[in-house]
Design a protein around this ligand. Sequence first.
Ligand SMILES: *Cc1c(COP(=O)(O)O)cnc(C)c1O
Length: 491
Amino acid sequence: MNYISTRNKKIIKTPSEAILQGISEDGGLFVPEKLPKLNESIDKLIGKSYKDLAFTIMKYFFTDFTEDELKNCIDLAYDQKFDREEIVPVVKKDGVFFLELFHGPTLAFKDMALSILPHLLNTALKKLAIDKEILILTATSGDTGKAALEGFGNVDNIKIMVFYPQDGVSEIQKLQMLTHQGDNTCVVGIYGNFDDAQNGVKELFNDRNFNNELADINILLSSANSINIGRLVPQIVYYFYGYLNILETNEIRSGEKINIVVPTGNFGNILAAYYAKNMGLPVNKLICASNENNVLTDFFNTGIYDIRRDFKMTSSPSMDILISSNLERLLFEISNRKDELTKELVNNLKIDKKYSISPAMKENLKDFYGGFANEKKVEESIGQLFKTTDYLIDTHTSVAYSVYKDYREKLQDDTKTLIASTASPFKFGASVGRALGIEELEDDFEILYELAKLSHLEIPKNIQDLKNKDIIHNNICEKNEMQSMVVKFLS
Ligand SMILES: *Cc1c(COP(=O)(O)O)cnc(C)c1O
């Protein structure tokens, strides 16, 4: 199966080429030539380990990898880096199923894909017999950065640079990145928000001259953001895994549909759920949960995507995004794969800061429900769930849980529901602590100790260790200086 650009179907790549390139040369995103359908019964997948299931799903997408190559990548990814043998536990609380995607090394769901992407990329590099060095450029709203550093750090032939909004990430997220060791890594704060970082990185990808200069010194750019299909595909796996878990415990009948709720920023994680549905996973509604940066909520309700509004900094910083890149892939699907139209819409966004879709396209959005939760609600929901069930969730997961509670009440829908739980509560300790009534303390670590005491949970070791690590990276730049930071790092 090949991949095509959302802006020009005539650009065709093999899976390896698409992974390696990250983004298409015309600025479009790579999508499968045809969305694959599962050709085996879902019931037959019951009992598979996470790794076996990962192979079953990913083989539909990475068709130029041999069985050994793909299995090897999977083995290297889903191992003891995860603190649970099942990799993704499913926990039932308040009648809902929480899909705990945060048991990897950096305690957020980004590990699910970024622990395998480096191996996919390295395999692709070998298959295509390219003897260039890869430079991964990444924009992060906080979690991708550390997960990418963890995945790509100390991998041969790969260098990685991470740009994060200087004032837009949690204290723990910042410490995780700034203390990261590894000669092939560079972390840079920018004076700007995530959208600025992401736009800057995309511009570098699309800058012909710059790419040619890099080619002269034997360097090829690639991406670790969810614009890379090598990151999106591994995220499809856990929706099947979650469904099978619910099925296995007889909470649903064979073929019964579930709702999936995803706390959304760049639209990568929920797009993976949409792909899973297209493959044949029985899904009723895909519930897209936003924080106060509720562009997507408005989009699902009105068919208008309009970023002419204030960017808000919230307690769920990894979702503080106005331009959700992966929505481009959805536009391509709901327009029945019209590349010209997709290109026109994203161009409108660039020029007019908004676009609107046709009624026919909007009709194709009926699988989705969009909602948002304000800061007060997010805080209250953490407290309420903990009080009634002793279960502690982070702020991002609380956005999803809050939106779901509204949905359940409003639509009286009792379909069984799976919530993507995207981060450990300890990663956003200050906000979670506040929700539980822990008083503000100067030192974030003091709050974590209190949180641990109250919840009877252990502070994850990778967070405890941060306290004694040295700051290694101290680069900050203006948003128009990103290119020169890259040049500086390479020299
Ligand atoms: C990245 C992130 C999200 C948003 O995921 P997208 O794929 O960008 O929509 C939600 N929660 C957490 C904790 C994240 O790190």
